[in-house]
Design a protein around this ligand. Structure first.
Ligand SMILES: [Zn+2]
Length: 433
């Protein structure tokens, strides 16, 4: 069958005619949830007796599924309701504090579900989301909503929930109550605390007490004196391999001298700390006080990669006070890793997919024999075209099964059937005619 006709729920035995990209050639075969040599494909009938399709994927590339390692599902789609603040991180935080008390459990869950659905259709199969301890009655309503959604999306979009207390939320009564709900990682914002070192210690000790990993907002400031990344590496260097420790943002790294950056990144690599860059939000929130030579607020991505640090990326905010324009599509993030972060398109896709999976703790999905049978089919000639055009047509495959399809439908007075269109990225309508 033609890939154009695939629908959610259908199982795939073999894809042929792919445009080679990354580690995938023109054929990709699946059996029992794994990538296999094409001679061992499940085309025909799978192990569970369901039909496995042989699919003509001419015009499509198969790329690793996307992973959003820094989201705020509890804030999504609040931009208009929260008063549309204009400005810096401080402005956004103040707006959040002003309106947070009225942010209900129902609104949190509805926005978070909308975000996850949008992410799924974009090809994002793993999301790590922070959630605050919310103001007002029932401060754990965000954590509870996200944990419920984690179950709702199980096997479709993997969700890690990070409980992120603010500096004034107090150590631990709320945290201990939240533990009982079953969140995944301890979060926090040490750079916002009066005593960042003490705040880091509070989070790390709490994580250790409950045997959890940690993902901290780290150095989300242009102040070069903010050294939270190095402090996080020092504090967690003795943690066992496999216990997650991640640092989100790392903005101040972009303002420090080369020697400081090199020393910090060497320690970060040795400690097994992953860095999660959030280019969209940092471009938006940072630099409002610097009208001349406005800094980008993006850490030195090439140096991070070269140091051997696991680098992932996040969309961070979706139409909330911290970014009015986020859309849950990691392709937009990857595109910004090219434009503002100076990575190649292939590197940007890698960071936004495989890098995220590594930081999340998921097995590789590169399309190699033995990898899990998870890919996103993108109608494009290569990664650069996928990013440039934001590749509207995508088919999301997980465990060898189509779990989501997104198609662009266009129409016009032009007779698309008679127009010559590029075989690499035809419109849906053009391909169907
Ligand atoms: Zn964040």
């Amino acid at each position: 069958m033609d890939a154009e006709l695939l629908e959610p729920g259908e199982r795939i035995g073999i894809l042929t005619g792919l445009t080679p990209a990354g580690e995938v050639g023109d054929t990709l075969a699946f059996a029992a949830g794994r990538v296999v040599d094409s001679a061992a494909a499940d085309a025909g009938v799978g192990v569970d007796g369901t039909a496995c399709h042989a699919v003509d994927a001419t015009g499509w590339v198969a790329l690793p599924p996307l992973a959003d390692l820094h989201a705020h599902l509890d804030k999504g789609y609040t931009w208009t309701a929260f008063g549309q603040p204009e400005g810096s991180l401080d402005d956004a935080i103040a707006c959040w504090v002003d309106h947070g008390e009225n942010h209900t459990y129902e609104a949190i869950k509805a926005g978070a579900r909308r975000h996850l659905v949008a992410a799924l259709h974009a090809g994002v199969t793993a999301v790590r989301s922070h959630t605050n301890y919310h103001l007002g009655d029932d401060p754990l309503r965000g954590i509870r909503a996200l944990i419920e959604l984690r179950a709702e999306f199980a096997g479709i979009v993997d969700l890690q929930v990070v409980a992120s207390p603010g500096p004034s939320d107090g150590p631990d009564d709320l945290g201990r109550a939240a533990i009982a709900l079953g969140f995944d990682l301890v979060g926090g914002f040490p750079h916002l605390a009066e005593d960042p070192a003490a705040d880091l210690e509070r989070s790390a000790a709490f994580a250790e007490e409950f045997g959890l990993g940690m993902d901290l907002h780290t150095d989300e400031t242009l102040d070069p004196a903010s050294m939270g990344l190095a402090e996080l590496a020092a504090r967690t260097s003795h943690w066992p391999t496999g216990v997650i420790r991640s640092a989100g943002h790392c903005v101040s790294l972009s303002t420090q001298d080369a020697g400081t950056r090199a020393r910090t990144l060497s320690a970060v690599a040795a400690a097994g700390v992953s860095i999660i860059t959030n280019p969209l939000t940092n471009l938006y929130l940072q630099g409002w006080q610097h009208p001349v030579g406005t800094p980008r607020g993006i850490p030195p991505l090439r140096e991070i990669i070269d140091a051997g640090v696991t680098l992932a990326a996040g969309g961070d905010n979706v139409q909330d006070p911290f970014n009015p324009l986020g859309n849950a599509d990691m392709v937009d993030v990857a595109a910004e890793l090219v434009m503002a972060g100076h990575l190649t398109p292939a590197e940007a896709w890698h960071i936004s997919s495989s890098g995220g999976r590594a930081a999340f703790g998921l097995p590789p999905a590169r399309g190699r024999v033995g990898d899990v049978a998870d890919v996103v089919l993108v109608r494009a000639a290569h990664a650069a075209e996928a990013l440039a055009e934001r590749a509207p047509d995508r088919i999301v495959i997980r465990d060898g099964r189509v779990i989501a399809v997104r198609r662009r439908v266009v129409s016009s007075v032009l007779d698309l059937g008679r127009l010559q269109t590029s075989p690499s990225a035809p419109t849906s309508e053009g391909a169907l005619i």
